[in-house]
Design a protein around this ligand. Structure first.
Ligand SMILES: NC(=O)c1ccc[n+]([C@@H]2O[C@H](COP(=O)([O-])OP(=O)(O)OC[C@H]3O[C@@H](n4cnc5c(N)ncnc54)[C@H](O)[C@@H]3O)[C@@H](O)[C@H]2O)c1
Ligand SMILES: [Zn+2]
Ligand SMILES: [Zn+2]
Length: 385
């Protein structure tokens, strides 16, 4: 079958790989109908993780069940399902507590597994024709049959729950004001979640005009372009002071507006602590910060030696002085995907506006390049094998 295979920094290719097989009675196989490209894939794509060539990418997967292991009880051939990007067992302590992003049974020596991702276990990615889903009764979320809401449902594998998770980590309450750094797919879903939850005011910070426009149009957010000046001051001017809550949907490859380079996303412009420090300043004393943006313990392309070891110059003193709380980590997709699916089915939410492209998997190399450039108008790319 064909799959998107990592070749090395800034290069993926569509190649013939072996088809998955049932490896355990709890597995199912699916024919992929949609698999999305994620900002998390870009960290590997850019050579900014320990990912080795040969990985099949793709952790945002949905499709139709084609083969069912003997021990699977709730799924049958023909079922339409979406898989959380987390691979989880369902019965370890973390899974029982709802922390399926930190399952201790699926990735020896590590808490957390995922499809097609460096250090997240042996699970092949779904930017391919077929995928194996382990612990399938637990991991596959059933969808109504047919092809309705295909784009919206595909976003249940990661970014809609992850955006929601950002607002949960920040303990966002109805009537709160919130600043969301990043208007990539995750930041836009965080802004959309804030709107659904009844935030009084939403500020979205980025530099890509088409992404900021989406935040204004679909989330009633106030757009803040960080290339126009200190985003913290812009928000405070607009809001009349600090906001209640904040979300970091950028992560360690954040651009420092004060650094210059010919290419906007040149690593020379990065400062992995800049968004965290902006958030500490943007949010009021005792406010809460949700940090779904990714941070890594090792960064081979880091701007300095400290950052290479995941050590960042965070203004912890100021955070302490303000008595702020923060929450981090991978999204536990299963904590939210069922309810978000039902909001979509009932017509109360439709996140599909974030999808800018649905293309044949053969176009993956070109789309990776465009998404990596954060080209105007390229927001969320869905692949169809
Ligand atoms: N915690 C999780 O489970 C989880 C899941 C999915 C993605 N992620 C992470 O979330 C982050 C965002 O993912 P995405 O798919 O939206 O990626 P993305 O790269 O498309 O979006 C990041 C956005 O941040 C903007 N940005 C850069 N520097 C900024 C700054 N200083 N201030 C404000 N905005 C800035 C960029 O212009 C870009 O639009 C990534 O780090 C990704 O790995 C985490
Ligand atoms: Zn993702
Ligand atoms: Zn588990």
């Amino acid at each position: 079958m064909n799959a998107v295979v990592y070749q090395g920094p800034h290069e993926v290719a569509v190649e013939e790989v072996e088809e998955p097989e049932i490896e355990h009675p709890n597995d199912v196989l699916i024919d992929i109908t949609t698999s999305c490209i994620c900002g998390s894939d870009l960290h590997m794509y850019e050579g900014r993780t320990a990912a080795e060539p040969g990985i099949v990418f793709g952790h945002e997967n949905m499709g139709i069940v084609t083969e069912v292991g003997d021990a699977v009880t709730t799924l049958e051939e023909g079922d339409r399902v979406v898989a959380p990007f987390n691979v989880a067992c369902g019965h370890c302590e973390n899974c029982e507590d709802g922390y399926t992003g930190f399952c201790t049974n699926v990735n020896p020596g590590f808490a957390g597994g995922a499809y097609g991702y460096v250090a997240m276990g042996p699970y092949k990615g779904g930017q391919a024709e077929k995928l194996r889903i382990p612990y399938a009764d637990f991991n596959a979320l059933q969808l109504p049959e047919g092809d309705q809401h295909e784009d919206a449902f595909a976003l249940l594998a990661d970014i809609f729950p992850t955006g929601w998770h950002g607002t949960e980590l920040a303990n966002l309450q109805p009537g709160d004001s919130v600043a969301i750094y990043g208007a990539g797919p995750v930041g836009l879903m965080a802004a959309y979640s804030a709107k659904i939850k009844g935030a009084a005011e939403i500020y979205t910070v980025d530099r890509v005009p088409s992404r900021l426009d989406l935040a204004e149009e679909h989330c009633d957010a106030t757009a803040i372009n960080f290339e126009d000046g200190d985003p913290v001051e812009q928000i405070k001017d607009e809001h009349g002071g600090a906001v209640d809550k904040g979300v970091d949907a950028v992560g360690y490859q954040a651009i420092d507006p004060e650094k210059e380079a010919d290419d906007a996303y040149d690593p020379a412009r990065e400062n992995p602590a800049v968004v965290l420090n902006d958030l500490i300043r943007t949010v009021r004393p005792t406010g809460e910060l949700g940090i779904p943006g990714l941070y890594v313990p090792e960064d081979p392309g880091a701007p300095d030696e400290m950052a290479a070891q995941g050590r960042l110059g965070i203004d912890f003193g100021l955070l302490f002085e303000k008595g702020q709380k923060l929450g981090t980590g991978q999204c536990n997709v299963k904590s939210y995907n069922r309810e978000l699916r039902d909001l979509i089915i009932e017509g109360r939410a439709d996140p599909s506006w974030v999808v800018s492209h649905r293309v044949d998997i053969e176009e993956a190399p070109e789309m990776y390049e465009k998404f990596d450039e954060r080209e105007e108008g390229v927001t969320k790319v869905l692949l169809e094998p």
